[in-house]
Design a protein around this ligand. Structure first.
Ligand SMILES: C[S@@+](CC[C@H](N)C(=O)[O-])C[C@H]1O[C@@H](n2cnc3c(N)ncnc32)[C@H](O)[C@@H]1O
Length: 446
C-alpha cells in the first residue's frame, strides 16, 4: 500500500531528455544507458557505443529503470544506417527494433543477447554451450544494408478509428498508419490490406501460406460492428474472431491454410501456431534432426507440438517400428495435428497442457525429446520430469533466449549438458531470434 502511494506521488519523467553514452544491448530490442544521476535507461533506436539524446517515454523518478527513445544521434555507430522503412523511428511503428542497424550488426546484437542470457541465467559460455557465437540468417536473407527480407507471412494489422489498417506503435494501442510493411511477405503485401476500408474492425490478420496459394484474412470486429464485405486483390478465405468467446469462425472459404515443410503439407487452422518466416519450419526441422540423429525404431516425444511439424519429421525418420507422442494444448491445433499425421499409425497426439498431460501418460522412458515451448519456456517442473526419462538426446527449440537459458539451468540440475547450440535470424529487423539447443546426458559428454 505504502509502495503504491509512493509510486503515485513520484514525478513522471516522460518527455525529459538526457544526453547519454549508450552501453550494451539488452534483451528486448533496446540498449542500456545511465542518466547522470545513475538511473538506468532502456533506450530504443540507439546502438552500443553511440552518444545520443534520449527522451523518456515511460517511468518516473526513483523507478528501477526508465524507457526512452534516442531522438538525436550525436555520435553515430559505424553499424548505423538510415532506417529503410519510412514508418520506423521514435514513437512510430513498434514492429521492428533494429531498422537502423546494418543486417550483420543486427545478428551480432542478437548474438550478444543470447551470450549474456546464457552466462547470467545458465552460467554457460558459448564454448560450454557448443555454440560458435553466431546468429545465422535464413537462406536468401543475406541482403546488402538498406534491403529488407520480406519474411512476414502473417501480419496482424491494427485498425484505427477511421478504419485504416496500420501497425501498433511500441507499447501502445495507437495505430501507425502505413501504406506498406517492408518485412511483409509478398503474398501478404499482394492482398493490399492497407488500401481498404476496415471500419468497425479492431484488427485484421493476413496470412500467406508457404508452398500453397492459400491466403486467409482473420477479422476481429469491434463490439457490435458488422463485418465488411472483403474484396481484396486476390481470392482469400475469411474468418472472424467472436467478440465474446474469442473463438475463430469461418465466414467463407477454407477454415485453414496449407503450409509445406519437410516435404509434407500441414493443415493449420485459424489461430493455430505456424512459424512466420517462410524458411523457418524447414530450417528448424533440419537443425533438430541433425542434432538428434533419430534411429529407426526409437521412441520420441514432441512437446508443444502445434500442428505436428516435429512429430511428423520424427515419425518419418523413426520408421514403422518407431513411435511418437505429441502433446499440445490448443484443441484446434490437436485436430490439425491428428489430420496431418494420419498416415503415421504410431503417432499419437494428446490434447492438454504438457505439465498436466505428461505425468498422466505414465511414460518412464523415451529415446528422444523435442520441446518447442511458448515464450515463457517449459519451467522447472516439466524440465525435471523430462530429465528423468533417460532420453539419449533432447532438442530444445526456443523463441526466447532468457527462457531457454533458465530451462538449460534446470536441465543441468537434472543431469543434462548442452552438446550444441545454434541460433537463427528468423525474424530479421526485430529483436527476436530462434535457438536450437541439443542436450545429452552429462555423464556421456564428459
Ligand atoms: C512455439 S509453438 C510450437 C509449435 C510447433 N512445435 C511448431 O513448430 O509449429 C508452441 C505451441 O505450444 C502450445 N502451448 C502453449 N502452452 C502450452 C502448454 N502449457 N502445454 C502444451 N502446449 C502448449 C501452443 O498452442 C503452440 O502451439
Amino acid at each position: 500500500m505504502q509502495a503504491e502511494e509512493n509510486t503515485s506521488r513520484a514525478r513522471s519523467l516522460v518527455g525529459t531528455e538526457y544526453e547519454v553514452e549508450i552501453g550494451p544491448v539488452a534483451h528486448g530490442g533496446h540498449c542500456i544507458a545511465r542518466t547522470s544521476e545513475g538511473q538506468v535507461l532502456f533506450v530504443r533506436h540507439a546502438l552500443p557505443g553511440e552518444r545520443v539524446v534520449a527522451r523518456v517515454t515511460e517511468g518516473e523518478e526513483g523507478a528501477r529503470f526508465l524507457r526512452a527513445d534516442a531522438v538525436e544521434i550525436l555520435d553515430a555507430s559505424k553499424d548505423r544506417i538510415e532506417a529503410p522503412c519510412p514508418f520506423a523511428g521514435p514513437g512510430r511503428c513498434g514492429g521492428c527494433d533494429w531498422q537502423h542497424a546494418k543486417p550483420g550488426a543486427q545478428r551480432r546484437l542478437k548474438a550478444e543477447v543470447i551470450a549474456e542470457q546464457l552466462k547470467r541465467l545458465a552460467g554457460l559460455t558459448p564454448e560450454e554451450a557448443g555454440w560458435d557465437g553466431t546468429v545465422v540468417p535464413a537462406e536468401g536473407d543475406k541482403l546488402p544494408a538498406g534491403q529488407v527480407p520480406q519474411w512476414r507471412t502473417r501480419v496482424q494489422y491494427a485498425v484505427d478509428a477511421e478504419g485504416h489498417a496500420g501497425l501498433r506503435r511500441h507499447r501502445s494501442h495507437e495505430v501507425e498508419r502505413i501504406d506498406h510493411c517492408m518485412i511483409a511477405a509478398e503474398g501478404v503485401s499482394e492482398l493490399g490490406i492497407e488500401k481498404r476500408d476496415w471500419a468497425g474492425m479492431e484488427s485484421v490478420e493476413a496470412i500467406a501460406a508457404t508452398g500453397s496459394q492459400d491466403r486467409q484474412v482473420i477479422l476481429t470486429p469491434r463490439p457490435g460492428a458488422r463485418l465488411p464485405l472483403v474484396e481484396l486483390d486476390r481470392p482469400v478465405s475469411v474468418m472472424r474472431v467472436d467478440e465474446k468467446s474469442g473463438g475463430v469462425h469461418r465466414v467463407h472459404g477454407r477454415p485453414f491454410v496449407r503450409e509445406r515443410a519437410d516435404g509434407r503439407t500441414h493443415r493449420v487452422g485459424s489461430g493455430g501456431f505456424w512459424q512466420v518466416h517462410p524458411k523457418a519450419a524447414d530450417t528448424l526441422v533440419t537443425a533438430v534432426m541433425q542434432g538428434l540423429l533419430p534411429r529407426k525404431g526409437e521412441t520420441a516425444l514432441d512437446l508443444y507440438c502445434g500442428v505436428g511439424l516435429f512429430a511428423g519429421a520424427l515419425a518419418d525418420r523413426l520408421g514403422e517400428q518407431g513411435a511418437v507422442l505429441g502433446i499440445e494444448s490448443g484443441k484446434r491445433a490437436v485436430e490439425d495435428a491428428r489430420h496431418n499425421l494420419a498416415d503415421f499409425p504410431r503417432v499419437r497426439i494428446e490434447q492438454g497442457k504438457v505439465e498436466s498431460v505428461l505425468p498422466r501418460t505414465g511414460i518412464t522412458e523415451v529415446d528422444l525429446i523435442v520441446l518447442d515451448p511458448p515464450r515463457a519456456g517449459a519451467g522447472r517442473k516439466t524440465v525435471e520430469h523430462l530429465s528423468s526419462l533417460g532420453a539419449r538426446r533432447i532438442a530444445y527449440v526456443a523463441c526466447d533466449p532468457a527462457a531457454l537459458a533458465r530451462d538449460l539451468g534446470y536441465f543441468r540440475e537434472g543431469g543434462y549438458r548442452v552438446r550444441t547450440l545454434r541460433a537463427f535470424d528468423l525474424f530479421p529487423m526485430t529483436h527476436h531470434v530462434e535457438c536450437v539447443a541439443i542436450l545429452e546426458p552429462a555423464a556421456k559428454g564428459s
